[in-house]
Design a protein around this ligand. Structure first.
Ligand SMILES: [Zn+2]
Ligand SMILES: [Zn+2]
Length: 376
């Protein structure tokens, strides 16, 4: 059952100090701006980037060590509508794209709003996130959910939109592509799901954890590979080159039509990035999605010799949320299997612990953890 109750207090869940979670109250937002709506977020997913902020591993240390309300993967119910809003009404269930873009800078004006330099993005650089009873956003970044979709699925539209951005907007995945994805966490899995839904021929998932790969195989991958261990004293680049060869031999990638057209790194780990560049087919595409070690040694001559296309993918762009909702609505992507753990607002700390450990209090593998909105 989905709760439609509206709380009378704006309870928030925040990082009070690095690694320390707490609960507080904030004023309930007043009447919305003309083009904005107020939403009661009912379901919020927790992900790796929340952990970066929570553990203060993110860039911009000053901002991230200040107390900040967490959360950015949310769906909720519209509770107030600004005077100029015509697309939404009170009671609508919406997936929330958690950024207020300036719509005036050169990037916004050219349709690349992921690069907006004036964006106010939830739970980033001092901007409060969505783990609150009420949150206001421009109406044009709130997407009405079809009746067939739950609010939990609505919360997962955010990471799914990240995956749509990778496969469609950034990689422009060719038809029948062979795809390799490093990292079988939620974004990796969703990236595989979008690739599959849009006609990839083969999807190879690579991770260090067998259990995650078994999940990936059930979910969207056609092939899986557990990373081979690194030898004592083996340099990262030497290991990456050897590992890419192991993968290539195992899956016969050197044969015509079998090479990896598209490599996507969702791990952020230097050895995965390096292995991915060695693994990509000549003239293939490599996309960086995972954020990890900021500076990584890249075999640039390999990039040159193989004429690789290397691209970064940040958040989402025009059409990503709409397409994400369509893919789920049409039954081409299933989100429910990813939700492994659920916690009430008062136990948000357990949700963070579960995400950090990769395993819940029940001892089961954690993929996506959902926190309910506050009730009272
Ligand atoms: Zn996220
Ligand atoms: Zn802008």
């Amino acid at each position: 059952m989905e709760s439609t109750e509206l709380p009378c207090t704006n309870h928030v869940c925040m990082m009070q100090a690095v690694g320390r979670l707490g609960w507080d109250k904030r004023p309930i937002p007043a009447e919305p701006e003309p083009y904005e709506v107020v939403i009661a977020p009912k379901k919020t997913g927790i992900c790796g980037s929340d952990m970066h902020v929570f553990l203060s591993e993110s860039a911009g240390k000053d901002a991230s060590t200040k107390p900040i309300v967490l959360g950015h993967e949310s769906a909720g119910i519209v509770t107030k509508v600004g005077s100029k809003v015509t697309t939404l009404k009170v009671g609508d269930r919406v997936a929330m794209e958690p950024g207020k873009y300036c719509l005036r800078c050169e990037f916004c004006k050219s349709g690349s709003y992921s690069q907006c330099q004036n964006v106010k993005f939830a739970a980033a650089e001092g901007i409060d996130g969505t783990l609150q009873a009420y949150y206001s956003l421009p109406a044009d970044v709130c997407y009405k959910l079809p009746d067939s979709m739950s609010l939990e699925e609505g919360a997962l539209i955010e990471p799914l939109a990240v995956a749509v951005m990778v496969i469609v907007s950034v990689a422009q995945m060719p038809h029948n592509a062979n795809v390799a994805v490093f990292g079988a966490g939620p974004v990796g899995l969703l990236t595989m799901a979008v690739a599959k839904a849009l006609g990839a021929r083969r999807i190879l998932a690579i991770d260090v954890q067998q259990q995650r790969l078994a999940f990936a195989k059930d979910y969207a991958a056609t092939d899986i590979h557990v990373s081979v261990p690194r030898n004592a004293g083996e340099e990262s680049i030497a290991y990456a080159q050897r590992h890419a060869q192991v993968i290539s031999d195992k899956f016969c990638l050197d044969q015509p039509g079998r090479g990896i057209d598209l490599v996507i790194d969702c791990s952020g780990a230097p050895v995965c990035i390096q292995t991915g560049i060695f693994l990509a087919k000549r003239r293939g595409t490599y996309v960086q999605v995972g954020a990890g070690t900021p500076n990584v040694l890249v075999p640039m001559v390999t990039v040159l010799v193989k004429e690789l296309r290397i691209k970064g993918s940040l958040r989402y762009g025009p059409g990503c949320y709409d397409m994400a909702i369509d893919l789920v609505h049409q039954g081409r992507i299933q989100l429910k299997p990813l939700i492994t753990h659920r916690f009430p607002f008062s136990q948000a700390d357990l949700a963070f612990k579960t995400t950090k450990d990769g395993v819940g209090p029940d001892g089961k593998l954690a993929i996506k953890t959902i926190i309910d909105g506050p009730l009272d």
